[in-house]
Design a protein around this ligand. Structure first.
Ligand SMILES: C[S@@+](CC[C@H](N)C(=O)[O-])C[C@H]1O[C@@H](n2cnc3c(N)ncnc32)[C@H](O)[C@@H]1O
Length: 200
């Protein structure tokens, strides 16, 4: 049984206005760079309490929310009626288990830095997309390690634009692009967030 790193955070997760604002800005950035369609079936990797998918839900047909954390999934399930598309919540560690589905697109926010082997993850994401499907993955730009004040299972202190581009290109994605997605405001600093988009 893996540790639920978000057990003590899940209930109050959305009480942090800066966090909610950050993910809303990331959602706007995804919608600016991806042409969403009403029949699209999307996956949110590391969906947490659903802050990202709830903004995008009104513009697509369905979301499959994948998250390893029981406590975060419980928060999302409580909000299910407020999500404006079909929603299935799946509790799994996508790095060690496989989800045999294919999607029109995969989105994610603030989750990549919690995954150790990103080469393997990007290969898996590529294999889960229909031809021409997209990824839109947002995460911290390289930081000095001060972003997290508690242990939530962090493997990377953010990423450079080149690192993110290389993961995508090396896994067979095309049209890879990096754009600024947001900036997280913390009392002790500002942390830029990058958005990687690419096509399978
Ligand atoms: C910082 S939270 C971000 C949640 C949400 N995307 C947001 O932006 O508010 C990271 C999430 O990724 C999940 N996560 C981390 N590693 C995972 C894995 N290997 N498979 C599935 N979910 C994972 C965590 O449980 C957590 O809910």
């Amino acid at each position: 049984m893996s540790k639920d790193f978000f057990k003590d955070k899940a209930e109050g997760y959305e009480q942090d206005d800066h966090r909610v604002e950050n993910v809303a800005t990331i959602a706007s950035s995804v919608m600016k760079h991806i042409d969403l369609k009403p029949d699209m079936e999307l996956m949110d990797f590391g969906s947490g309490t659903g802050l990202l998918l709830e903004k995008i839900a009104p513009y697509v047909a369905s979301f499959t929310a994948v998250d390893i954390s029981t406590s975060m999934n419980e928060q999302l399930i409580q909000k299910q009626d407020q999500i404006d598309c079909e929603l299935e919540v799946i509790e799994m560690d996508l790095t060690t288990s496989n989800l045999n589905r294919s999607f029109d697109g995969i989105i994610s926010s603030m989750t990549l830095h919690h995954v150790d082997d990103l080469k393997s993850l990007f290969g898996k994401l590529h294999s889960m997309l229909k031809p021409g499907g997209f990824i839109a993955l947002a995460d911290l730009e390289t930081e000095d390690g001060s972003f997290h004040q508690e242990d939530t299972g962090v493997f990377h202190f953010g990423f450079s634009a080149k690192q993110l581009m290389d993961f995508a290109i090396d896994s067979g994605f095309s049209q890879a692009e990096i754009n600024p997605a947001s900036t997280v405001q913390k009392p002790y600093g500002e942390y830029p967030v990058l958005l990687l988009t690419a096509i399978a």
